[in-house]
Write a protein that binds this ligand. Sequence first.
Ligand SMILES: Nc1ncnc2c1ncn2[C@@H]1O[C@H](COP(=O)(O)OP(=O)(O)OP(=O)(O)O)[C@@H](O)[C@H]1O
Ligand SMILES: [Mg+2]
Length: 197
Amino acid sequence: MGKELKLGAEARLTLKDNVVVKERIKKSYRLAQIDSVLRKERTSKEASLLQKAARAQVNVPRVLKVDKENFAIEMEFISGELIDKIIDEKLARELGREIALMHDNGIIHGDLTTSNIIVKSGQVFFIDFGLGEISDSVEKKAVDLRVLKEAIRANHPAAADKLNEIILDSYKRHSKKATEVLTRLEDVEKRGRYKER
Ligand SMILES: Nc1ncnc2c1ncn2[C@@H]1O[C@H](COP(=O)(O)OP(=O)(O)OP(=O)(O)O)[C@@H](O)[C@H]1O
Ligand SMILES: [Mg+2]
């Protein structure tokens, strides 16, 4: 048995010999048959998104093994730090570029918070594609960016405006569909504010 990295609501992560095993755990509130179908589906979906991202040269952990029977993915351990603690202007620029590459390859992350982004040797890596999908939807890309902006705002209230501006500026420089996505992001944020009232 390896060292437990994290026991979350959905998955147990263990580390052994530089390999991370992410195993989707049983949810007893779900009917057993449905539970096993869902865990199997999410396991293969996450693995295939990681593989597609890797093929597109997006920085992600390499998938080493998919074990559907045990609802587990074995992947490369990215030995770095979560970006939430260490983000600065240089990393913000790097992050915008890497998201542009992911989106331009039709990959939506689905949970783009700062705890799903690891920095290793100045490069940003995405993990946790369990809620991701293959899509070219402008709306979904805008929502990815909104989730990230909110996460940065929560972690770095004082520096957030500047960091978010740099991320989006870099996204704009690197993504082909940036104008559409950033316009939609403004709409998504307006809608959010309307709902809050
Ligand atoms: N390949 C990896 N390399 C290094 N650390 C990892 C890797 N995969 C996961 N981790 C660590 O384990 C944590 C949880 O992993 P992940 O986000 O995939 O699972 P999760 O169950 O969705 O967790 P959460 O609910 O926090 O999003 C990450 O925030 C990260 O610190
Ligand atoms: Mg996570």
